[in-house]
Write a protein that binds this ligand. Sequence first.
Ligand SMILES: NC(=O)c1ccc[n+]([C@@H]2O[C@H](COP(=O)([O-])OP(=O)(O)OC[C@H]3O[C@@H](n4cnc5c(N)ncnc54)[C@H](OP(=O)(O)O)[C@@H]3O)[C@@H](O)[C@H]2O)c1
Length: 312
Amino acid sequence: MKAIQISQFGSNDVLTYTELVKPQLNPGEVLVKNRAAGVNPIDWKTCSGGGAAPFIGDLPFIPGWEFAGTIEAVADDVEEFKQGDEVFGFIRFPERAGCFAEYIAAPADQISLRPDGLSAEAAAGLGLAGLTAWQALFDKGNLQASQQVVILAGAGGVGHLAVQLAKWMGARVVATASTENHEFLKELGADLVVDYKNESILDHVNNVDLVIDGVGGEVGIDALNCVKPGGTLVTLPSVTKDEVIAAGKAMKVKVEPIRAEPNCDQLDRLAGLYADRKLVLQIADTIPLEDIGKAFDASRTGKVKGKLILTL
Ligand SMILES: NC(=O)c1ccc[n+]([C@@H]2O[C@H](COP(=O)([O-])OP(=O)(O)OC[C@H]3O[C@@H](n4cnc5c(N)ncnc54)[C@H](OP(=O)(O)O)[C@@H]3O)[C@@H](O)[C@H]2O)c1
């Protein structure tokens, strides 16, 4: 099968488009013929030796954590899926083959059926980003209807889904984005969009219940000032989480770091919202797997609107 593999950490020059043997199935797994895979900042961070690199075991490594494809075979003990099922998901099995490959051996308890109306490309971008948004808003942030939430980096992969999920929950949603993305976020349901390059959110909101911090570092620390006593800031970038937690402690604001986890019940909820047209996934670009370097370059700019999708 064709796959992207790295044998050392580095920039795009370590990404090899190569021919590998199909993965063997372990108990509890399904063999998926992959159709599309979502690209996330964690992918290029990990391939350059940061991100999840400390947890992936020995190289070589196939990157990619989210996918959509068709089941070709199931392990003997798998009853919930059969050959021909269309599935998608965010899977975590770092020491085996990843999602930037033609075939994936996916844990059956981490994936969901892809409903009609949810394209393979959109489904491929929904797993990791959708579950991160869901878990940040509802598991870590405990967002309730009629509360106020600020979403930093509202136009990104996680942010644009978080805006819609928060609105669906009935919250007042304030997002930050460059001016060219303001109309996009208002169409997705944001009540107010702040141009973070020229304005501070502190000029617009205070006493908010929850901040979803998709930027981290000084930006996340500054946003602590708009959280009400007893409120929460969920910070997504793991590289700056310790400094944001420390600042939160000093300001007596609860800061929750997050490590998104596979969860097929929540995936089903996301797919259901998509099927009911309550959630859309913005595809910034679709790029053939072998051109992964282009996708990594685009992601590194920090300007992606929605999700980048690799196609196979
Ligand atoms: N801990 C976890 O489990 C987890 C899971 C997923 C993601 N993450 C992390 O969360 C972060 C966001 O992920 P993502 O996939 O949403 O990233 P992304 O899609 O690459 O985000 C791109 C967006 O960031 C916005 N942006 C850049 N700088 C900004 C700033 N200073 N203020 C406001 N917006 C800014 C850009 O908005 P404009 O174009 O409008 O300027 C762009 O739309 C990344 O660091 C990622 O690694 C962590």
